[in-house]
Design a protein around this ligand. Structure first.
Ligand code: C5P
Length: 224
């Protein structure tokens, strides 16, 4: 069995680009899943493309953040896609999390903590008075209470989350070069696994430029 597991963030509005990403990330060293976010799922052909994708581990990064009824209805509306993982912001509240968990069936309901693009300064700006680490710990406890199946957090906070959440941990904010783009709380793939991440999410470091070459750099970095 392959030890290292990675979700490739399929962030594009073009199905041709997504097909290329899927084709060129196939390999025998790392277990790959595919994450589809707001950009692709809202594109003209995105939903239809996903409905036809077979034999892949799929992740709908919808980041639901709404009242319980709307979150539940949305999950019901995409049931036909038979998604493996689906995200909801933990800040949607315990009632929304519990209501979604009740109907999510075989789809792993995955709670999103504080976005990896935010730092303490920005959190303050939007009105939170706790610092990132404390908030993430607090949210992980809530995810545990709601019996969620997985959590999304920064690789820097895996240790904190693990104290109170014993299921799968998925970490975006992964960089194996010096370009962090809009991400703030980043670590390398090696560091993320060392901290205990079960799955990494990697987008631009793989999908921008030469995908096959980027995959080789990742495999070299991990020495797998
Ligand atoms: O390109 P990059 O590697 O930064 O992509 C990270 C992916 O993970 C994006 O699709 C982004 O929407 C998603 N994500 C994130 N931070 C979170 C949750 C999801 O970056 N907290």
């Amino acid at each position: 069995m392959l030890k290292n597991k990675i979700f490739i963030a399929c962030d594009s509005s073009k199905t041709s680009k997504i097909s290329k990403i899927i084709r060129e990330t196939q390999n025998s060293k790392i277990k790959i899943g595919y994450k589809f976010g707001l950009e692709f799922l809202n594109s003209k052909k995105g939903r239809n493309f996903l409905s036809k994708l077979k034999n892949k581990i799929t992740f709908a990064d919808l980041k639901l953040h709404d009242i319980p009824n709307t979150c539940v209805s949305t999950i019901k509306a995409i049931k036909d896609l038979r998604i493996n993982y689906l995200t909801i912001h933990i800040s949607s509240g315990l009632n929304a999390l519990r209501a979604c968990k009740k109907i999510s069936a075989r789809t792993k309901l995955t709670g999103v903590t504080i976005l990896t693009s935010l730092d303490n300064k920005e959190l303050k700006e939007i009105g939170f008075d706790k610092e990132v680490k404390k908030l993430v710990y607090h949210q992980a406890k809530l995810a545990n209470k709601a019996k969620l199946d997985a959590i999304v957090c920064s690789p820097q906070e895996v240790g904190i989350v693990k104290k109170v959440f014993k299921k799968e941990i998925i970490t975006p904010g992964i960089r194996f070069d010096n370009i962090s783009n809009d991400q703030k709380r980043v670590l390398t793939p090696k560091q993320a696994y060392k901290n205990g991440s079960d799955w990494l999410v990697i987008g631009r470091p793989i999908t921008k430029g030469n995908i096959r070459k980027n995959m080789l750099s990742l495999i070299n970095h991990l020495k797998v």
